[in-house]
Design a protein around this ligand. Structure first.
Ligand code: IMP
Ligand code: MG
Length: 461
């Protein structure tokens, strides 16, 4: 529809109406729910997923167009990435309650909240901490934001080391009553130090900014998609959340049909056996420079040191294992939720997936679907964020810079001031991220696949 208008040079007059039409199609689709009758949208896009909220696409398009002037272009039409940005903007606008006198257009304008307008740090934020540290004003936006790790919070295979802006926005969200959860496929059992290693800069930042104990407790990490739940303590370290007993996370989520609490050990073993056989046979048959890792809840095909496996070979490995898993138990599948995905440099089969991870968090923390947001980079059907679409509104980003921009927009729409202080008054970042990086690299390096720490000496030839 947009292409048609572009070719006719009519986007200026028809662009917004086209987005209104998409809104109508989406509403129709939402109203039909589980009805066997396909919506018009479903007829156009058979693989269409669930829309957990309405999407103000017209408004989002107008705000985006005001800034980027898409409709003025004569030679380059609106691209896939720009549509992705418009959808992302509409999604975060939908999670905010409309209030009198606060139009999203005004809230998004940088002059009110942007830097250089004299607003100091966030100490001017209209929030008073109560005795237990709970803020008086809850953010007007999502209540739970789950984040993918690699390529969303930090670059693929790297650690959270040099992003003071992103750290500041995460800090502000925690202060404003939002639960933050890193839901990552990276699974190192309950070996806390391995997860902390990857988040070291962020945890140091929280400490320097003096997050209160109640604010710390709103920060979670789910490792291995939905297998190992950790929470930040008042000592700024991650701690396993007990699985069983009163308050145990497995215990509290037993009623979710395919939650980890209900997985028989024999089914886990059968699924991992199939994945391991597939990975080994594919390595041999395609002559791949990879090795196969088996963990308690996952099997990975990872490159040998200083080698690479091509995207094509990783995709082939994944599509093969999909077929094998589907064929298990005479075509009934493995009977457990799983995720078989191409991680960019590696391929994994995890028991469980991010849908289960986010659902467990929603249940455990008491947050409804329409107040949750999942932010990730892997939304193709061979990616591992794809599964989260089933239980939460999602934001598709392509790098940590886009994540940073999304969080800035969420804070802006909620009216939270976050300008950096005037130069020279307060250090721009209370943590010297470069120094943290230098120290951690000097001390040790971690093999992100296995979680093994490789000391500096071992690294040297
Ligand atoms: P995510 O993007 O944060 O979900 O992390 C995915 C990456 O974690 C993969 O591409 C792997 O490099 C790494 N990883 C480490 N251990 C595991 C595991 O047990 N399962 C899946 N991915 C793992
Ligand atoms: Mg990722």
């Amino acid at each position: 529809m947009l292409q048609h208008s572009f070719v006719l040079d009519a986007l200026e007059t028809t662009g917004a109406d086209t987005f209104s039409h998409f809104e109508v199609l989406i509403e129709e689709h939402r109203e039909l729910g589980d009805s066997p009758q396909p919506s018009r949208l479903q007829q156009l896009v058979p693989t269409i997923g669930t829309f957990h909220t309405h999407l103000p696409l017209r408004d989002a398009f107008m705000i985006y167009n005001e800034k980027h002037r898409l409709t003025k272009r004569k030679h380059i039409q609106i691209s896939f990435n720009e549509i992705r940005h418009i959808l992302n903007l509409a999604q975060i606008m939908a999670l905010r309650q409309e209030k009198d006198g606060e139009s999203p257009h005004d809230m998004m304008k940088s002059s009110r909240m942007g830097s250089g307008n004299g607003q100091a740090w966030d100490d001017d934020v209209d929030v008073t901490d109560t005795e237990d540290g709970a803020p008086v004003t809850q953010l007007n936006g999502p209540r739970l934001i789950s984040f993918d790790g690699d390529q969303t919070l930090y670059s693929d295979g790297a650690n959270f080391e040099e992003n003071p802006k992103l750290a500041n926005y995460l800090y502000l969200l925690l202060r404003h009553g939002v639960f933050i959860a890193v839901v990552t496929a990276a699974g190192y059992d309950y070996n806390v130090e391995k997860y902390e290693f990857r988040l070291s800069g962020l945890l140091k930042y929280f400490q320097k900014r003096g997050l209160t104990p109640a604010e710390c407790e709103r920060f979670y990490l789910f490792g291995g998609e939905c297998n190992y739940l950790l929470r930040l303590g008042s000592d700024y370290h991650l701690h396993p959340v007990p699985e069983d007993g009163p308050g145990g996370w497995c215990n509290a989520t037993k009623l979710l049909e395919d939650a980890p609490a209900n997985w028989p050990e024999s089914d886990i073993k059968a699924l991992l056996d199939v994945a391991e056989t597939n990975a080994k046979e594919t390595v041999a048959e395609l002559n791949l420079r990879g090795r196969v890792l088996r963990k308690r809840r996952s099997v990975g095909l990872v490159p040998r040191p200083d080698q690479e496996i091509t995207r094509e070979s990783l995709d082939e490995t994944i599509l093969r294992v999909h077929e094998r898993l589907r064929n298990m138990r005479e075509g009934q599948g493995p009977g457990l939720p799983y995720c078989a995905f191409n991680g960019g440099t590696d391929a994994w089969v995890d028991v469980g997936n991010k849908r289960v991870g986010v659902q467990v968090l929603q249940t455990f923390l008491g947050v409804e679907t329409a107040k949750t947001l999942h932010i990730g980079d892997q939304f193709l059907n061979t990616g591992n964020d794809y599964a989260a679409r089933a239980c939460a509104p999602c934001i598709w980003i392509i790098n940590p810079k886009e994540t940073t921009y999304i969080l800035k927009s969420i804070l802006r729409l909620a009216g939270v001031p976050f300008a950096l202080p005037a130069p020279g008054t307060v250090p721009a970042s209370p943590v010297d991220f470069k120094e943290v990086e230098r120290r951690s690299v000097a001390a040790a390096k971690m093999d992100v696949y296995s979680g093994e720490l490789i000391s500096k000496q071992q690294n040297q030839p």
